[in-house]
Design a protein around this ligand. Structure first.
Ligand SMILES: [Fe+2]
Length: 284
């Protein structure tokens, strides 16, 4: 039976304030990678993110998807000096109890170089970072892409992830799952599976391990975030979808969310800015 879900990415409470002011040291870093950071006066707090995440949760309550998934970077600063996490959870608490929220870890949630300590902290706040679930006949897998990106301090976590993914995908294929979908924070690559490493994508060495498993077991889509703009790429039949942010955007796409429709024979998805959301999700 057809159903829908909503994908959110990067609500990133506190990022807008973090990028504000004239002297942001990261502006050049973003510009080198083709991401815009406009100059704007210094602000503090997370009012910007509050307004947009409120819109995302209100939209979910109105559109009634089967579930919502948030693909990482829920808060900008893992040390959370201004209660970013409390604000995230205050608003998440308004989500209808009949709509589950699935969290995906991002680099800001567990640092760019995860440690056992940062992973434990994440798991206390959000639950598992490596898991899967089913809806109807479809299978959904949540990965921790920051561990794939930089596992040097938690190598066993990378090995555990490959082991989990292999057995989970084998089982999903074995039971005849109609669609197999992966949620991560980092998209594995931008345009080509062999492209150079950068902090925007997964390093080639481990990217290839994941892509090989995705192809072997027929994963149809990877939904990711991290870039704060929309981007679509392909490897054979596998589509990699990067979704613009709920919070501060870094490209030409506005803040918004993605609606995904899952049919027996296909999946359709579309990104909507918060001022262009449909009144309802129509399934055929
Ligand atoms: Fe990120």
């Amino acid at each position: 039976m057809a159903f829908s879900f909503i994908q959110l990415a990067d609500p990133q409470f506190g990022m807008h304030a973090g990028l504000s002011g004239p002297d942001n040291p990261n502006r050049g870093l973003f510009a080198d990678l083709g991401l815009n950071v406009p100059r704007f006066p210094k602000v503090t707090g997370f009012q910007y993110e509050t307004e947009r995440y409120e819109m995302a949760i209100a939209a979910a309550n109105r559109l009634k998807p089967e579930f919502v998934v948030t693909c990482g970077d829920m808060c900008n600063d893992k040390d959370d000096p201004t209660d970013e996490y409390a604000e995230l959870m205050r608003i998440t608490g308004k989500l209808s109890k009949s709509i589950p929220m699935y969290w995906v870890s991002g680099n800001h949630d567990i640092t760019n170089e995860p440690t056992q300590e940062s992973l434990s902290r994440y798991r206390k706040l959000y639950g598992d970072d490596l898991y899967s679930f089913d809806r109807e006949d479809s299978h959904f897998v949540v990965l921790n892409s920051t561990v794939c990106q930089e596992p040097s301090q938690v190598w066993d976590e990378w090995e555990k992830q490959v082991e989990f993914l292999t057995s989970d995908l084998m089982e999903a294929r074995g039971k005849g799952s109609r669609h197999i979908v992966v949620f991560t924070h980092h998209p594995p690559f931008l345009t080509s599976v062999n492209e150079a490493d950068s902090w925007l994508v997964l390093p080639r060495e481990r990217r290839r391990v994941l892509i090989d498993l995705f192809v072997k077991y027929g994963v149809s889509h990877v939904f990711a975030g991290h870039w704060h703009r929309n981007h679509y790429s392909y490897f054979g039949d596998l589509q990699i979808v990067a979704t613009s942010s709920v919070g501060f955007p870094l490209g030409n796409d506005p803040s918004g969310l993605r609606i995904v429709k899952v049919y027996d024979d296909r999946m359709e998805h579309e990104f909507y800015g918060f001022d262009e959301l449909p009144g309802s999700i129509e399934l055929e």
